[in-house]
Design a protein around this ligand. Structure first.
Ligand SMILES: [Zn+2]
Length: 132
């Protein structure tokens, strides 16, 4: 029923699966009826979800919930789904930011080393030339 590719079907539908994995998944789909069935079910869910009307709730339930769980209801803010989706697109997790910072530092070090080597090579070339 479930294999290693099942968890990638959602990414496949969203178009976020890396090309190599997408190609491998498509090859797998050719021979796996269970994944094809699951994929079709997911596509139907996505189609039905897209057909839903995205409207704000008729009533704000948070004050009643906050009262029941004993927290202040004054510090909440209703955010539309469209706004949340927009925020999600530009959000990075701390590990992602740390990885990006590490890559930038490594690139800067590589660039600096390359620049120094080029500078030294240029100096040694010009030192070897006879001066006129
Ligand atoms: Zn499969």
């Amino acid at each position: 029923m479930s294999d290693t590719w099942t968890e990638h079907l959602s990414e496949y539908i969203d178009g976020t699966l890396p090309e190599a994995e997408r190609t491998a998944l498509e090859a797998h789909l050719a021979g796996c009826e269970a994944c094809r069935t699951t994929l079709e079910e997911l596509r139907r869910v996505v189609a039905r979800a897209r057909a839903l009307d995205d409207r704000p709730p008729a009533a704000d339930l948070w004050p009643g919930i906050a009262e029941q769980i004993g927290v202040s209801s004054g510090a909440h803010q209703v955010v539309s789904l469209a706004e949340r989706r927009t925020r999600r697109r530009v959000a990075f997790t701390v590990p992602q930011l740390a990885a990006a910072a590490a890559l930038l530092l490594r690139a800067a070090r590589t660039w600096r080393c390359t620049a120094r080597r080029s500078e030294r090579a240029a100096r040694s070339r010009s030192a070897g030339r006879p001066r006129i």
